[in-house]
Write a new protein. Structure first.
Length: 393
C-alpha cells in the first residue's frame, strides 16, 4: 500500500491548516485540515479492502518456435461478498527477470459471482523464456490518494525455441568389429545390453527363462544399437566468443542456437540419440524417449551469454573426454572463439568424428580448419546448407 503524491500533498496541507487554525484561532482552517486528514484515513481504509478474486491462467501453446503465435487466457471471477469491483489490473509478461513488461487487463464492474475472460498474445519475436504472471491488481480510492497493489493467481512460462532449419543429412554411425576395425554404417547393429523386469507389451521371445526361473519373475533381454550414430553438440555460450554481443542479445549467438536446434530436430527425426551440452556446464539429452526433443530445445531457449570462467571450455572438453557420451562431436562457436579450437580438436581421439561450426560474419583472415571438419556460415540457414553439403563425416 502506497500513498500517492496527491495524498502526501493533501496530508501536508491538512496538517498545516490544523496547525494554523489552532495556533491563530481560526476554526474554519482547523476544520478544513481535519477534513483533509479524515479523507486520507478513509482512503487508507478503502485501499486496505482486499478484492477476493479467483484467477486461473491458460497458455496455448507453452512451447513455440521463434515468431510463432502463443496466447494467454485469463479467467477472473469475483468471489467476494460485496458488490461489483472496478479495478486496474496488469499481467506481467516479460523475458527472464524483467518485471517491467506488463499487459493491461480491463476489469470493469465485475459483479459478485460473475467472471470475465481476457486473452492477449505473447511476444515471441526473440528466443528465450517468457515469464507470465502473477496478475497485479491495483485498488485506488475515489480521490486517488492511496493505491494498493496485490498479486493474484499463479505464474506460467512460455519457451520460445530458436528456428530450426531443415537438414536432410545425419552423420553415419561407427561399428566396431571384433578385429578392431571401425566401419561407418548408416544403420545400427542390435546387441544385448542388460536384463530388466518384464512390462506389459514386451515380446515373449525376449524373455530370459533361466534368469526368470531363478529370481521368480519374468526378466527380458534389452538390446541396444551399438553402432547407431550418437551425436554430441557442444554450444559455446561464453561471452568472449561472440564479439557482436549487445546489452540484450547477439544475432550471431542466435544463429548458433538455430544451428543447434536444426541438428537436434534432424537427429530426433531420424530417432538418433543426441546430447546437447553448453560450455557453461548445463546439458540435456534425448535419452531413451525417442521422437522427443523437448528437453534439448528447452535448454536452447534458456541459454544465454554471460561472463564465464576462462577455464570453462577446458572443463567442458575434459568432461567430454572422460565420459564421451557420443561418437560425433559438433562444436558451435563464434568468430571470437577461434583461438580455443585446439582444445576441441584435441578430442579427435575419444571422438571418431569432430566438426566445428563457426557462426558469424566473414573475416578478412578466416581461421584454418585445424585438422577437423570446418562448417563456416554466417547464419543458421547457411549452416543448414553447409551441413547438407558435407560428403563424408
Amino acid at each position: 500500500m502506497t500513498v500517492t503524491l496527491r495524498g502526501w500533498g493533501l496530508l501536508t496541507a491538512g496538517a498545516a491548516l490544523l496547525a494554523v487554525g489552532f495556533v491563530f484561532g481560526y476554526p474554519e482552517l482547523a476544520m478544513l485540515g481535519a477534513v483533509a486528514v479524515v479523507a486520507l484515513v478513509s482512503a487508507l481504509g478503502h485501499a486496505a479492502l482486499k478484492p477476493v478474486l479467483a484467477v486461473s491462467r491458460a497458455v496455448d501453446p507453452d512451447r513455440v518456435s521463434r515468431g510463432e503465435g502463443s496466447t494467454v487466457t485469463l479467467t477472473i471471477r469475483n468471489i467476494g461478498r460485496f458488490g461489483a469491483a472496478t479495478l486496474v489490473a496488469h499481467d506481467r509478461c516479460g523475458w527472464g527477470t524483467d518485471s517491467s513488461a506488463t499487459v493491461p487487463v480491463p476489469l470493469l464492474r465485475l459483479r459478485r459471482g460473475r467472471q470475465t475472460d481476457v486473452s492477449y498474445p505473447v511476444p515471441t519475436s526473440r528466443r528465450g523464456v517468457v515469464h507470465v504472471g502473477p496478475l497485479q491488481i491495483t485498488r485506488r480510492d475515489p480521490l486517488g490518494l492511496v493505491a494498493s497493489t496485490r498479486g493474484h493467481g499463479d505464474t506460467s512460462q512460455i519457451w520460445v525455441y530458436p528456428k530450426a532449419h531443415l537438414m536432410q543429412a545425419v552423420p553415419a554411425g561407427i561399428s566396431r568389429s571384433l578385429d578392431g576395425r571401425l566401419d561407418r554404417v548408416p544403420h545400427g547393429a542390435i546387441t544385448f545390453d542388460t536384463l530388466r523386469e518384464y512390462v506389459i507389451g514386451d515380446e515373449l521371445r525376449h524373455v530370459h527363462w533361466r534368469t526368470s526361473a531363478r529370481v521368480g519373475q519374468l526378466m527380458v533381454r534389452e538390446h541396444v544399437d551399438t553402432s547407431l550414430p550418437r551425436i554430441v553438440v557442444l554450444l559455446d555460450d561464453r561471452l568472449g566468443s561472440w564479439p557482436a554481443f549487445t546489452a540484450m542479445t547477439c544475432e550471431e549467438f542466435e544463429s548458433a542456437c538455430e544451428a543447434a536446434a536444426s541438428i537436434v530436430t534432424a537427429a530426433v527425426r531420424e530417432d538418433l540419440p543426441i546430447t546437447l551440452q553448453l560450455v557453461s556446464g548445463n546439458a540435456a539429452g534425448s535419452g531413451r524417449v525417442r521422437g522427443s526433443a523437448r528437453a534439448l530445445l528447452d535448454l536452447l531457449a534458456e541459454a544465454d551469454l554471460a561472463q564465464r570462467d576462462e577455464q570453462a571450455l577446458v572443463t567442458a572438453t575434459n568432461r567430454l573426454r572422460q565420459f564421451r557420451p557420443g561418437d560425433t562431436l559438433i562444436y558451435l562457436t563464434g568468430t571470437g572463439g577461434h583461438g580455443d579450437l585446439a582444445l576441441v580438436t584435441g578430442l579427435r581421439g575419444p571422438f571418431p568424428s569432430v566438426a566445428v561450426g563457426m557462426l558469424g560474419p566473414r573475416l578478412p583472415l578466416e581461421p584454418e580448419s585445424v585438422g577437423v571438419l570446418m562448417l563456416r556460415a554466417e547464419d543458421g540457414a547457411e549452416f543448414a546448407a553447409v551441413w547438407d553439403g558435407v560428403a563424408r563425416w
